[in-house]
Design a protein around this ligand. Structure first.
Ligand code: TYD
Length: 209
């Protein structure tokens, strides 16, 4: 039987440099012939991408916080079944751009829904599919926004403003403190090459590469 693959998630505030790191990792894994898939949340399959559109559309500003949290959780369950489970069972490395910690940071902490509610609706994911490693690119929203060229004004989440993003960041810091074995913080103020060296080192140390 094929050895089960490892599940790696990437987290951070909007504009923290996650996409650049994921691109670099993709090139690296291809070059090294490591069997892997890249995927993202919310989205990553037909149904999950449809839910993503509802969540991120600027037209849905009347959505309640609870509805938002439930849609993220629903999209996650579908995505686990469509993309994550098949790849893990084939022994592939699964790299996911955002996962449950995003729901904890954005919905539980920043929207104020609390860890209890968000934890309950995500129990399927946290119990059946805990990530082997979570890489948190640690960059404050102030620094992230300075770097980002022109935010997309249709993005409902980015309309939420700086205080919201500061709360997201505080949520991530708390999560990292509470889960030191799983969540590895990487200093997002370094250059992309330096950050990438830290990413590879972390994945090697955790037995993922
Ligand atoms: P996206 O454009 O993919 O942002 P990024 O490139 O920063 O990952 O949009 C994803 C947005 O969804 C992002 O602002 C974080 C938010 N989000 C949540 O609020 N809760 C969640 O559970 C997830 C997965 C994402």
């Amino acid at each position: 039987m094929e050895k089960r693959g490892k599940f790696i998630t990437f987290e951070g505030c909007d504009g923290c440099g996650k996409s650049t790191q994921l691109r670099m990792l993709s090139e690296y894994l291809t070059k090294e012939n490591v069997a892997h898939i890249f995927t993202r949340e919310p989205g990553g399959g037909k149904i999950s991408e449809a839910i993503r559109e509802i969540l991120l559309s600027g037209k849905n500003s009347e959505m309640t916080d609870e509805c938002e949290a439930l849609l993220y959780a629903a999209s996650r369950v579908q995505h686990l079944s469509d993309r994550v489970e098949p790849a893990l069972s084939e022994g592939k490395l699964v790299i996911c751009d955002r996962y449950v910690d995003s729901s904890f940071a954005y919905q539980a902490y920043a929207r104020g829904l609390g860890m209890d509610f968000v934890g309950k609706i995500n129990a399927y994911a946290t119990e059946k599919y805990p990530p082997d490693v979570t890489i948190f690119i640690d960059l404050t929203p102030e620094e992230a926004f300075k770097r980002k060229h022109g935010a997309d004004e249709n993005d409902r989440l980015e309309q939420a403003g700086m205080q919201f993003h500061k709360n997201v960041y505080a949520g991530y810091k708390q999560l990292a403190q509470d889960n030191p074995q799983r969540i590895v913080c990487i200093d997002g103020r370094k250059t992309p090459a330096e950050i990438f060296a830290d990413v590879v080192k972390t994945l090697q140390e955790k037995g993922c590469l």
